[in-house]
Design a protein around this ligand. Structure first.
Ligand code: ZN
Length: 239
């Protein structure tokens, strides 16, 4: 016989009531609750996040849903886009897709600031065919390759923080979609900006650059510093 039943019977005999059962349930429930919360803390931080979701998060492996037509021009979508721009600029990057801030919707934001030309080494800037791209918000984007010539360059992703690898991307693409006002736009991109668009479009289909990379070139971007600093290096997920 189960130990608990023996105790229950003992209590019933002594007290002639059902109170034990109620108390027992309460105690069990509250213990279960505390125990559960201990192992799975309440999600107090809800998306849209102000950090980048990381590989392993199912949101990065899910095909994102189209933004319904009637919501394109809504405050909710505007709020998501504002957060995407905030995160893009806070982390100093050039592209972000909504799943990267925890929202499984087909929205991408890109920006290649003019100032990057002064920060990046000139040979790198030229070899990777980089050029300024003003802030571009595309809702429900579609991408058509307009030049199938491929270029292989190192690529990183804020959702695979701390690593990079060489990835082949098409030279030019035509990106179409709605802006925040719900107006259909199109933009022809080439070189690095075409790469950003292809990378962000992949995010909307649950794909990451690690699915397309030349795996022999996959590196931890701080591997040399790890040696210099005897391993005392951290990859920050905040800023
Ligand atoms: Zn990415």
């Amino acid at each position: 016989m189960h130990l608990q039943i023996v105790r229950l019977l003992e209590w019933k005999i002594a007290n002639h009531g059902k109170r034990f059962i109620n108390i027992s349930n309460k105690r069990e429930n509250s213990f279960r609750k505390v125990y559960k919360e201990f192992w799975s803390p309440k999600l107090i931080n809800k998306p849209p996040y102000e950090h980048f979701t990381q590989v392993g998060d199912p949101v990065l492996r899910t095909k994102a849903a189209e933004v319904p037509g009637e919501l394109v021009n809504s405050k909710e979508v505007e709020h998501i886009v504002e957060k995407m721009i905030k995160v893009l600029r806070k982390f100093d990057c050039v592209g972000v897709a909504a799943p990267q801030i925890g929202i499984s919707l087909r929205i991408i934001v890109m920006e290649f600031r003019d100032g990057l030309k002064d920060i990046l080494p000139k040979p790198v800037y030229e070899a990777r065919k980089m050029c300024t791209l003003p802030l571009t918000v595309v809702i429900n984007p579609t991408l058509t390759v307009t030049n199938y010539e491929k270029h292989k360059h190192p690529e990183g992703c804020m959702s695979v923080r701390g690593y990079s690898a060489e990835v082949e991307r098409f030279h030019s693409v035509l990106l179409k979609g709605k802006n925040l006002k719900g107006i259909e736009n199109e933009v022809e991109l080439s070189g690095w900006n075409a790469r950003i668009a292809q990378h962000e479009m992949d995010h909307l289909d649950g794909k990451l650059y690690i699915d397309r990379m030349d795996s022999s070139t996959f590196i931890c971007t701080c591997w040399e510093t790890v040696n210099v600093k005897s391993g005392r290096v951290e990859i920050p997920f905040y800023k």
